[in-house]
Design a protein around this ligand. Structure first.
Ligand code: ZN
Length: 317
């Protein structure tokens, strides 16, 4: 799912084109997601080197109340409770301000150049929500956590009473917490398996809705992989790019994936024909049989849905 997270924005940029009014906004969001992923990887890599005897989970997304999720970068289950590490991969000079709580980025003269939601508040919400989840599932376990700064940021003004660490402080934090008693190792691994079973990847797709972009402003046709030009159909089995001459037999998988991640949860036969310039409804439904899509509805109301947890690749003939 991690791949999908940053990739969908990248695909949307290609499909709206650099002149679109939302281009800069999409790109900014993509950069922050990618920085977030990089920060999470740094924390995980550091923790893996510690060779802890306890379960380490990442990218955990649990449904606390219907439709409301708690999303955790890194979650470690220690005997005395769960520890959440919220990674922040930031550079520059940072100031944690109190009223209202926020994080300001400042330049060398002290002028504010950017404002962010306070990561300490975000962490507090995550801890509270995880505790609610444990409670609702009848698990007597407490939750705690820290914000881990993984970038080169210099903190001019740290938060008044929040836990904020650099990567290297994780070892000490865990060593202290690890001595406290509570669940046995076996119980912890059972709990880890239980959490994994309840992990619901939360994906804010389709993406155009998030940016308020009407579907007509986006190119949905099959695109060339090397140059992003529009592909043309050469024969029954071959598509090619008039701009760079690239050829492919399967422009479908990627086009369908873009459709489901960017445009709509569902796809109907008519849309398949429009996407690939097909005339017959029969050919369109035969094409979809090669992809792991779920059918919903019957007859003319049939639509196809992609389960995001399965890769959208063509099945062998
Ligand atoms: Zn091309």
């Amino acid at each position: 799912m991690k791949i999908l997270k940053g990739k969908a924005h990248e695909r949307l940029l290609v499909r709206v084109g650099s002149r679109h009014r939302s281009y800069a906004e999409i790109k900014g969001k993509m950069n922050s997601i990618q920085a977030g992923i990089a920060g999470e990887e740094k924390v995980l890599n550091y923790i893996r080197r510690l060779e802890l005897p306890w379960p380490v989970l990442w990218d955990v997304s649990l449904e606390v109340t219907p439709g409301q999720y708690v999303q955790l970068d890194v979650l470690i289950l220690l005997p005395s409770g769960a520890v959440i590490y919220e990674a922040k991969n930031m550079a520059g000079r940072l100031r944690f301000e109190e009223h209202p709580k926020r994080l300001d980025k400042v330049d060398e003269h002290g002028s504010i150049t950017d404002r962010y939601d306070c990561p300490m508040l975000q962490l507090q919400d995550e801890i509270a929500n995880l505790q609610v989840w444990f409670h609702l599932h009848g698990i007597p376990f407490r939750a705690d956590g820290a914000v881990i700064m993984t970038g080169s940021a210099i903190i001019e003004k740290p938060p008044a009473n929040g836990r904020i660490f650099s990567l290297r402080e994780i070892r000490k934090h865990l060593a202290g917490r690890g001595k406290e008693r509570g669940m046995s190792e076996r119980e912890l691994w059972e709990l880890a398996a239980y959490i994994r079973r309840h992990n619901r990847p939360y994906i804010a797709f389709p993406l155009i809705g998030r940016f308020g972009i009407p579907a007509e402003e986006v190119e949905w046709a099959p695109l060339c992989e090397p140059c992003d030009g529009r592909l043309a159909r050469k024969s029954e089995r071959t598509w090619y790019c008039p701009a760079c001459n690239w050829k492919t037999a399967d422009p479908f998988a990627r086009t369908l994936e873009d459709w489901f991640t960017l445009r709509s949860r569902t796809l109907v036969n008519r849309q398949v024909r429009e996407l690939f310039g097909m005339k017959s409804p029969g050919a369109a439904s035969r094409l979809l049989q090669f992809y792991p899509l779920k059918k919903e509805g019957k007859g003319r109301a049939t639509c196809y849905v992609w389960d995001y947890t399965m890769p959208l690749t063509r099945r062998p003939y």
